[in-house]
Write a protein that binds this ligand. Structure first.
Ligand SMILES: [Zn+2]
Length: 356
């Protein structure tokens, strides 16, 4: 569909509806993520000029999902970058996440193909560059940026990573302005609710899971939840422990979704395919199984090297798309670190041990 056709469909839909109640026929998937080709030559650099940002699905007449093209970005071979959700209409644009810095202009162009409304607000689901990279760009477009306070701290004072160079000072235009915290006494409670463009949008802070600054975003009328990266179905799970993440927290996050979503709720992960809540259960079972198996070996005094060599993910490799050695070793190392002497979250970060 060309831009003009997209625009006229959007305008017709806007005119026809005053209430956005879970419209029949949604979600519409336009472009599914690829299967990815994980083999890139050494020294390969993402050709950002070739990465396209497109509308890959529509969740309602005025709630679209953007994602990058496949086969170019080694960090995400199935579809470059992290998904962006765009709610638009007379009240302006709300974006969930901002994609990589290198594709900021293209992300804006993709949005301008269906709305000329001002960019009013951004909410960040977690700190990673494929989700916050273009924050400063969209901040300068006028967006007020929302996030957990921990995300702001992670951005302003990044964790020290073993052997890595000190992080560059952030562009303050991209640092969240409105912050809130996760309340362990009330998981699933919305910290911020926006009433915009006929939708009711909840920013729900999460327990330390993918990072210590995660937020999921619920669109009540469309019956959609952006569940960011504590769940993934391309590559093995990733808990960014240095930024406060936790495998056990990811289990809690799955359990929270079981409670917040109904059978029809469309769950939008940051990567991989769109899912329903029952799709999270095998993932949960794998986390439980791996925690138990790695703990048993660690209790026997096995080293990380021994545990990696035990190839504990073997039963899951077949069903895990994008199961590179790097992805499984990272996952097993996280589990190994988590089952014993796991450092607490301090200012959004954990002082993780270095592994030679
Ligand atoms: Zn991501």
């Amino acid at each position: 569909m060309n831009t003009r056709a997209l625009l006229s469909v959007g305008v017709a839909a806007l005119a026809a509806c005053s209430v956005w109640a879970q419209e029949a026929g949604y979600p519409i998937e336009i472009v599914k993520p690829g299967t990815g080709s994980p083999a890139y030559p050494p020294g390969y650099q993402t050709p950002w000029d070739r990465v396209q940002i497109m509308v890959t699905s529509k969740m309602s007449p005025n709630l679209f999902v953007l994602h990058g093209s496949e086969g170019l970005d080694p960090a995400h071979p199935d579809a470059s970058g992290g998904r962006v959700m765009v709610l638009f209409g007379p009240d302006g644009v709300l974006m969930v996440d901002t994609e990589n810095r290198q594709v900021a202009e293209k992300t804006l162009q993709a949005i301008r193909a269906f709305t000329s409304a001002p960019i009013k607000a951004v909410v960040n689901t977690h700190i990673h560059g494929d989700h916050t990279g273009a924050n400063a760009f969209f901040g300068k477009q006028g967006a007020l940026i929302f996030a957990q306070d921990n995300l702001r701290i992670e951005m302003v004072r990044p964790p020290q990573r073993a052997g890595g160079p000190p992080a560059a000072a952030p562009d303050m235009a991209g640092v969240p302005v409105v912050t809130y915290n996760y309340d362990a006494a009330a998981p699933g409670e919305s910290a911020v609710t926006l009433n915009m463009n006929g939708e009711i949008v909840d920013f729900i802070p999460m327990m330390p899971s993918h990072t210590a600054g995660d937020t999921i975003v619920r669109f009540r009328k469309a019956n959609v939840i952006y569940i960011e990266d504590f769940y993934r179905n391309f590559g093995y799970p990733f808990a960014d422990q240095a930024n406060g993440g936790s495998i056990r927290g990811m289990l809690e996050a799955v359990d929270l979704i079981e409670r917040l979503a109904d059978a029809k709720t469309t769950l939008v992960p940051g990567h991989g395919t769109l899912v329903k809540k029952q799709d999270l259960l095998p993932y949960r079972a794998m986390l439980v199984d791996m925690l138990a198996k790695v703990k048993a070996l660690r209790d026997q005094g096995k080293s990380l090297k021994d545990v990696l060599a035990a190839n504990l993910t073997a039963p899951y490799d077949k069903a895990t798309l994008g199961d590179t050695q790097q992805s499984k070793d990272r996952f097993v190392t996280e589990v190994y670190d988590e089952v014993k002497d796991f450092p607490p979250v301090v200012d959004g970060k954990r002082a993780m041990p270095a592994h030679p």
